[in-house]
Design a protein around this ligand. Sequence first.
Ligand SMILES: Cc1cc2nc3c(=O)[nH]c(=O)nc-3n(C[C@H](O)[C@H](O)[C@H](O)COP(=O)(O)OP(=O)(O)OC[C@H]3O[C@@H](n4cnc5c(N)ncnc54)[C@H](O)[C@@H]3O)c2cc1C
Length: 522
Amino acid sequence: MLVMGEELAGQGKYLADESRRSGYADALVLPRSTAEVCAAVRVAIARDWPITVSGARTGIAAGAVPEGGMLLSLERMNRICGLRKLDGGRLAVRCQAGVSLKELQSSLRRCKFSDESSWEQSSRELLSQLRESPCFFPPDPTETGASLGGVVACNASGAHTFRYGPARPYVQGLSVVLADGELLELERGQARADADGHFFRQRADGRRERGRVPRLSPPSTKNAAGYCSGPGVDLIDLFIGSEGTLGVIVEVEVGLLPQPGCASANLIFLPSEGAALDLTESLRSRRDELKLEAIEYFDAGSLRFLRTLRRDLGATSGVPECLPAAAECAIYLDVGAEDDELPGIVESLCRAVAAAGGNPELCWSAHEEDERERLRCFRHALPEAVNQRIAMIRRDHPGVTKLGTDMAVPDAQLRAVVALYREKLAEAGLEYLIFGHVGDNHLHVNILPETPEQYERGKRLYLEFARRVVEMGGSPAAEHGIGKLKREFLELLAGAGGVAEMRQLKRFLDPGNRLGRGTLFA
Ligand SMILES: Cc1cc2nc3c(=O)[nH]c(=O)nc-3n(C[C@H](O)[C@H](O)[C@H](O)COP(=O)(O)OP(=O)(O)OC[C@H]3O[C@@H](n4cnc5c(N)ncnc54)[C@H](O)[C@@H]3O)c2cc1C
């Protein structure tokens, strides 16, 4: 489907993402198949349009926000195509790129897929294996409305990255439409760059061209800034995390893991930030023993924000009424274990909480699925409420955008980075809250400016944080990517030489700079 001219006026939702930045386009295309994507790319070439790829637009770095040309939304490519058994016996599921994470997760949970009647026989036969040994797809960005193509394009991660890592290692296969309209099929382990970083591309007309991947040393922390690099890189990894700048991902095959027998979600209220950091450090080193999937933090500002939300919106806020009044901050833990392990783990957790100065009696624990879902909604309420608050501020000050940091540091720098945030934010006199993936030393500082002047102050601080985090050996863009809003961070991390090497790879695969123009590079 192609929408152009005046009809586009009614399709405003496609022109913005969760960063709340809005763009413009000459045409909106909503393909249903790979062939339609290839055809759309050829139309864009004929008209000399740039192409912005859009998934579910839950991104917060404006990568899916177009700046003219063709907006290619993959939301109608939403078929789950089938199952495959990988070497070693693990199952993998193949999906069109527009399938939402929510749809994939619930289909796997129910072992029921809306398109299974059209699957090949070999796929249908694997359904019984899935029913006998349930599996799941571990990457879990909080926003489950995200599309699988978007999750791969951003190498998304989330709370459970603490245990399972980001999206990258689960991607077994990709179908990618390149900037010239050719379809590239990639399978993990099938094509690598050589020791010098060189690789070859065989074009449909027989020409063979030599490209080179960037030779950079990424930080050892979570990182979602720029292209995957280094000698011997698997070529599939170039497209994972490339934020729609190297190709249009049309199909994704992801490996699955066995579902732990039982799960428990726990919210632990603590008397001080120091106690929360103590608990984090003591639990982090026992991740495997305690089967910890996530360690998340809510600071005092976050709890205050949630209490206000509950007061203003009541039960619809998703926040329970009874947040303990004495709680200064909270740590949220997910545990995924086998049934017989859980009692011992709970006992160990209670001891760890007490040792950090907390009261185990004040913890909320949820074991049944609907209770865990309530706690998950509670956790989700915070970033959503922050986004809504920014949207309200934008009504009076349209230039203001979200100022939420996305920076991770090595384990040894956790306390130093928290002290830095507190000191600088107090000096600047800005309202803010801190929450997020403390197990990975990856906290989101959300600055809440009320005026354009405060916004500018917040932006300067944001940049200073990014510089300091890079000096600490961390990443200034750990999971949300660079998009169009954080381009300067790419140079901060990779240096001018590193950015030049990334641009060289981009030119090799997309000489006309057609895909994701304005994303990663100015
Ligand atoms: C409340 C909230 C919480 C969030 N929490 C997390 C979190 O915990 N962890 C995390 O990592 N992210 C998080 N995010 C960010 C976002 O959900 C993820 O980045 C997600 O992966 C984006 O998927 P999408 O389909 O919405 O992509 P979009 O926003 O549509 O696009 C994002 C980028 O990917 C590119 N892209 C999309 N689809 C394709 C494709 N098929 N082929 C090529 N390029 C493509 C776009 O061009 C763009 O550059 C959160 C967002 C919100 C709103």
